[in-house]
Design a protein around this ligand. Structure first.
Ligand code: CA
Length: 223
């Protein structure tokens, strides 16, 4: 998998050097100097990783990072000219994956980019599926698009997506969504899953997320 690396940097010279090094390392890059253009671009192109400058004219890298995190888990590496900023940034828990202090060597940036991507590849399928689940708000987004799920559908998806590949029996799923042991038939689960699949397919028709295993149950396995 080799997507585009988005370089957000208002210093043109620096952006060019970064692009050159990343290109030499085999990455495709796109550079944006205008902070306000970042979020719309990310929504549209779903880059593989973002190098995000903290100090941008007009908008702060912090605000951009926060906004991106509301709909995407794309890896973000923040770059800042101030070492003392990094501690503060870590405390803010913005969801950036790494921080690099300027001045940096472009070689170091390439190494960090590779490290963050490797980490992402090891830690599951989130980056590949583009599925983001916000448990606090019962909100699901797929490839940047909101999916309007009922509470039951969200719970089912959230449970299965936490363990891709694991098979869940109907009884297990029922216990999860109706912990009060309310009597519901097997068909209730089937019908919830059916609606859930339909909503996912409406956003991403070429991907299949939930597989049914005849007589056994269901599993989340994006392909
Ligand atoms: Ca800057």
């Amino acid at each position: 998998m080799n997507g585009i690396i988005l370089i957000v940097e208002d210093e043109v010279k620096l952006a060019t050097i970064l692009a050159d090094y990343l290109n030499q390392a085999g990455f495709e890059t796109y550079s944006l100097g205008d902070g306000l253009a970042v979020v719309p671009w990310v929504r549209q192109h779903q880059p593989q990783l973002i190098l995000l400058d903290l100090m941008l004219p007009g908008i702060s890298g912090l605000d951009i990072c926060r906004e991106i995190r509301s709909f995407s888990v794309v890896p973000i590496i923040m770059t800042t000219a101030r070492v003392e900023e990094i501690d503060r940034l870590l405390g803010l828990e913005l969801g950036a994956d790494d921080y690099i202090c300027k001045p940096f060597s472009p070689r170091e940036v390439v190494a960090r980019v590779k490290a963050v991507l490797r980490r992402g590849a090891d830690s599951g399928s989130d980056y590949l599926t583009g599925l983001v689940l916000d448990e606090l708000r019962y909100r699901a987004t797929l490839n940047g698009h909101d999916i309007d799920l009922t509470a039951v559908e969200f719970k089912l998806l959230n449970l299965m997506a936490a363990n891709p590949g694991r098979i869940y029996g109907r009884q297990q799923l029922m216990d999860h969504i109706y912990p009060d042991q309310r009597i519901v038939s097997d068909r209730t689960i089937d019908s919830h899953i059916k609606k859930l699949r339909k909503k996912l397919t409406a956003v991403s028709s070429e991907e299949e997320f939930i597989r049914s295993l005849y007589g056994v149950g269901y599993k989340f396995e994006p392909r």
